[in-house]
Ligand binder design. Structure first.
Ligand code: PAF
Length: 285
């Protein structure tokens, strides 16, 4: 596995691969890798002959009072996991390599990114889109793989690719859970044992809402109430619970296959997100 620190070296490697008739898949990450990230790498492997994983804690997607400084980092461990997974290259640039000190251009999405997490993290998606586009440009990737855990991020990236004619195929990969049902997240390390126990209410609420839908209740309001009930007394603060169309992120009244049920809530000082795309069999599926 090659370790690459500069955009120029990454572009050169990608050009070399393309000249040899190969295709390139990119898996953008912020590191502190877990099984969820590794599932993205495996999917990327199926989509292209070369796999590049970026490991970059992107400062521009964190708000002033967010966890940029304390975001967990462990480069050596990340690289070992990626080597074992058979990644062809890891791109781990310094912030100064990614951003000119006097940079003045960024990517702004003005609709999908304003709801859900965007309503609580106003600069977040602009930071994400800007770094993702820069990573696409540096890696010259054909395909990029993102987790459905960050469902809104995936929708916003798909919209950028559509609206700016970005020549990259976007692939979504299913959310991966811990054995107890908690969605895998690098931020889970912040949770105390008690907070982690309470955070299980996220997936319990989503499971209960999905079960009710399968049993025939297609009311979005009922599904939202079910998730909120599960969080009652467990979450310290609920940012949102929504049932939305997965492409437009517009709220729906009736649940249908594909509807995105999504939640963001705080447990102690940790903010977690979780979601279900309604799928599978059942009376309403
Ligand atoms: O999902 C993430 O880890 C980040 O938002 C991403 C896509 C790597 C951009 O920094």
């Amino acid at each position: 596995m090659k370790t690459i620190r500069t955009k120029e070296a990454l572009s050169a490697l990608s050009r070399e691969w393309h000249a040899a008739g190969e295709t390139v898949a990119l898996v953008p990450t912020m590191g502190y890798l877990h099984e969820g990230h590794l599932s993205l790498v495996r999917l990327a492997r199926k989509k292209a002959s070369r796999v590049v994983v970026s490991v970059f804690v992107n400062p521009t997607q964190f708000g002033p009072n967010e966890d940029f400084e304390k975001y967990p980092r462990d480069e050596e461990h990340d690289f070992a996991l990626l080597r074992a997974e058979g990644a062809d290259a890891v791109f781990a640039p310094a912030p100064s390599e990614m951003y000119a000190a006097d940079a003045t251009v960024s990517v702004v999405e003005s609709s999908l990114s304003k709801t859900m997490c965007g309503a609580f993290r106003p600069i977040h998606f602009s930071g994400v889109l800007t770094v993702v586009l820069k990573l696409f440009n540096a890696s010259r990737c054909d395909v990029a793989v993102f987790g459905e855990k960050d469902a809104q991020q995936l929708s916003v990236i798909r919209r950028m690719v559509r609206d700016l004619d970005v020549p990259v195929e976007i692939v979504g990969a299913p959310l991966v859970r811990e054995p107890d049902g908690l969605a895998r997240s690098s931020r889970n390390v912040y949770l105390s044992a008690a907070e982690r126990q309470r955070a299980l209410s996220l997936h319990e609420g989503l499971d209960a809402a999905e079960a009710a839908w399968r049993a025939g209740d297609d009311s979005a309001a009922h599904a939202i109430a079910t998730v909120r009930n599960a969080l009652e007394g467990k979450a310290d603060k609920v940012d949102y619970v929504v049932a939305v169309d997965p492409v437009s992120l517009a709220p729906v009244e009736r649940l249908v296959p594909g509807t995105l049920l999504a939640v963001a809530a705080h447990f102690g000082s940790t903010r977690l997100i979780d979601n279900h795309f309604l799928r599978g069999s059942g009376r309403n599926a």
